[in-house]
Design a protein around this ligand. Structure first.
Ligand SMILES: [Zn+2]
Length: 410
């Protein structure tokens, strides 16, 4: 832990929290291992709790950002699905907010510029904020102006004093990573000022729970949001929610649009009411989830061990975070899974932490033709299966592990 006091809710400071689920001690998902590494991989507890006051679901362990992001090798631009999602968002936002050469779009955790480049293409001024230096360098190489710092209130004030408030502030898939959630949301509000819009995308806790997506729980994801918990932390920082949408990306996400002084509208009320009847405030909902996750963990292990015992060869696709969690939590190591294919050259040749499964190129799948290929990156299943048509054509079978482990039809 980076602080030694009793745990306090990241959104509201409440100390009363209820346990939801423990996944044991896991390695960091981005800490890929060099072959031949002698030291055991570092592990940290992965315990999920729920705030008794604001309902925010969160993990208790805060691994220092310097440790988490030391070997950060996630480049958004490697996924076609995410690029399409970003392109559509930039187009719609430019039209709706009538953005032009005088407008400013600021993105927190702008990664390699996967989104901002679509605004640049439309002549809109942009500023990326990306703390991972190597990733920020990749963005600058594409002509995306990027500040390589963590977003906090002083940085937000500096940006506004130098460039004015932003017309659009984007925070996609970053809120979950932020230890000081209150402070970060305050910085977003400062960037947007009185008139700017704040658009936030977060994975939706309801989808995680309903579809048993336990493999999206890892140390980089500190918080797991609903409209209920988001509304409370936004309101505490003077932001009202104007609109809520659900999107299929990342296994089910919320896109929330907020601005200073906005009134809660009908869509927001509908989400809040649905979440109440779903059980956002009910410990029984979460106890049922924990029981189902435990059953799924053993089902996945038994399916793979059974295929192995029958003499079949098994590989996997997707060395991303959820693959590392899935393999570790379900006890799938290199004796069961020969390799994991991945498009990212930064990962190829290394080993998944904890389970030490080697990462290979996608071409390895077609060449070695294992009998079964586990879809570790099940959120990109359609894309992967389409790219690997040759593997299936030659008799290979994909296996989807979540929410019900099953062999996919050819
Ligand atoms: Zn709270």
């Amino acid at each position: 832990m980076s602080d030694t006091g009793p745990f306090a809710c990241r959104a509201c400071g409440e100390r009363a929290v209820e346990p939801v689920l423990s996944l044991g001690r896991l390695p960091l998902v981005n800490a890929l291992v060099d072959p031949g590494a002698a030291e055991p991989d570092d592990r940290y507890p992965l315990d999920v709790v729920r705030c008794a006051r604001c309902t925010l679901v969160q993990i208790t362990e805060t691994v220092a950002p310097e440790t988490l992001f030391r070997s950060y090798s996630y480049f958004s631009s490697y996924s076609d699905t995410m690029l399409d999602h970003a392109r559509r968002f930039a187009g719609a936002a430019t039209e709706e907010l009538e953005l032009d050469g005088d407008s400013l779009v600021v993105e927190a955790a702008s990664n390699d510029g996967y989104l901002l480049r679509f605004f640049v293409d439309r002549g809109v001024r942009v500023l990326g904020i990306e703390p991972a230096r190597n990733v920020a360098d990749a963005a600058r190489a594409q002509g995306i102006e990027t500040v390589s710092e963590f977003l906090d209130e002083p940085l937000a004030r500096r940006v506004v004093s130098e460039r004015g408030a932003a017309d659009l502030v984007v925070a996609n898939n970053v809120l979950a990573h932020v230890p000081d959630l209150r402070g970060f949301v305050g910085a977003l509000a400062t960037l947007a000022g009185e008139r700017g819009r704040v658009v936030i995308e977060v994975p939706y806790l309801r989808d995680l729970v309903d579809r048993l997506e336990f493999d999206t729980i890892y140390h980089e994801h500190l918080s797991y949001f609903t409209v209920t918990s988001l509304q409370r932390v936004l309101e505490a920082n003077g932001l009202g929610i104007e609109r809520v949408e659900r999107h299929p990306i990342h296994g089910g996400s919320l896109r929330v649009q907020a601005s200073a002084g906005a009134d809660t509208n009908g869509t927001v009320e509908r989400f809040l009411a649905e979440e109440q009847s779903w059980g956002v405030d009910d410990p029984r909902r979460f106890a049922e989830f924990a029981g189902a996750v435990d059953a799924l963990r053993s089902d996945v292990h038994e399916l793979v061990a059974g295929l192995d015992a029958s003499g079949a060869t098994i590989a996997a696709y997707g060395a991303a975070a959820k693959g590392v969690v899935l393999a570790n939590v379900c006890g799938l190591d290199a004796t069961l899974v020969r390799f994991v294919a991945d498009r990212n050259p930064e990962k190829q040749g290394k080993l998944l932490p904890g389970v030490r499964i080697p990462v290979a190129t996608p071409e390895t799948l077609a060449r070695e033709r294992p009998d079964y290929c586990l879809l570790f990156a099940w959120n990109l299943a359609d894309e992967i299966v389409a790219q690997q048509a040759e593997y299936v054509h030659r008799g290979g079978r994909f296996v989807a592990p979540v929410p019900t482990p099953r062999v996919l039809a050819a």
